[in-house]
Design a protein around this ligand. Structure first.
Ligand code: BJW
Length: 247
């Protein structure tokens, strides 16, 4: 069935969507590699590697405490792009799997449920003593106590740093090998393995691959088609075009 003009897709096809920091920018959260992004203010090696945490845990805690506080600010809410993806999941007859690199919780607040946080979650703590992950909304310090085992000083934010294995890769790989449409939204395509998903969906599943981004990403030539502009404009329009086929 021809749905959007450029896409040949049957309505029971699985859709895999990858999101990055660009989708949350219009909600007030900074991206990483834009000129005003996080990596323009702090060095990756100081805050986003296991070695940085081993060397200076309080600095890493302070970096994530500030971002957690920002995420919990009442002004930070899901935007039209997050809401459109939740609507797509609710109304598309086939499976819609949302894989986000973002550690914010804006997709779940918008209503997405079939969601993988491949780089972890800012509002969770992981205990290095017992391995458990717990909800965590307050400041974290070297003296914080694990809610599961009671150990003190064993908590870290539950995010995936450089050199660590992203979460749920087996489930993601299975979905990429069996999707009709792969959509990448608001990501620069700089960080692997996420940057390689488009090639996997294309070669293993023969999926139609689309990029929705403010501007062409580093991997733009790997996509079959693209729509460029702010996520709050481009994503709702794209979702409406898809859902026209099933209404
Ligand atoms: C808008 C917009 C608007 C703006 N609307 N759009 C050499 C070769 C290949 C790989 C490696 C290598 N050396 C090392 C590696 C591996 C390494 C890696 O990729 N390094 C690269 C830098 C080369 N990767 C890892 O270590 C990963 N682990 C791993 O590989 O394990 C082994 C393994 C292999 C294979 C399978 C399985 C496992 C772990 C990576 C962890 C990344 N962690 C971070 C921090 C997480 C916690 C935190 O948030 O603090 O994740 S880094 C940071 O980058 C964060 C993001 O999720 C990630 C991606 O960034 P994203 O989302 O793309 O943001 P930006 O800022 O880059 O782009 C924003 C985009 O939005 C731009 O395009 C804008 O234009 C756009 N935009 N406004 C729409 N309004």
């Amino acid at each position: 069935m021809n749905i959007v003009g450029e896409i040949q897709l049957s309505v029971d096809s699985r859709i895999v969507i990858l999101t990055g920091a660009g989708i949350s920018r219009e909600s007030g959260l900074a991206t990483f590699r834009d000129p005003d992004g996080i990596w323009a203010r702090v060095r990756i090696e100081d805050v986003a590697t296991p070695e940085a945490f081993a060397r200076d845990p309080e600095r890493v805690h302070a970096f994530y405490n500030a971002r957690r506080k920002g995420l919990l600010d009442a002004a930070v809410t899901p935007n039209a792009a997050h809401l459109a993806l939740a609507l797509l999941e609710a109304e598309w007859p086939g499976e819609v799997l949302l894989v986000t690199q973002n550690i914010d919780d804006l997709h779940e607040r918008a209503g997405s449920a079939n969601l993988i946080h491949m780089h972890g979650e800012l509002l969770k703590a992981r205990c290095l003593a017992c391995g458990s992950a717990s909800a965590w909304r307050q400041e974290m310090t070297g003296e914080s106590r694990c809610p599961s085992c009671g150990e003190t000083g064993s908590l870290r934010v539950d995010v995936v740093w450089f050199g660590e294995m992203p979460y749920e890769m087996a489930r993601i790989e299975r979905a990429l090998g069996d999707c009709g449409l792969f959509v990448s939204i608001g990501t620069s395509g700089n960080v692997y393995p996420a940057a390689g998903f488009v090639a996997e969906a294309h070669h293993r599943a023969g999926a139609h691959c689309m990029e929705l981004n403010l501007e062409p990403s580093d991997g733009a030539s790997l996509f079959d088609a693209a729509r460029y502009g702010p996520a709050t404009e481009v994503v709702p329009g794209f979702v409406e075009d898809l859902l026209k086929a099933v209404r």
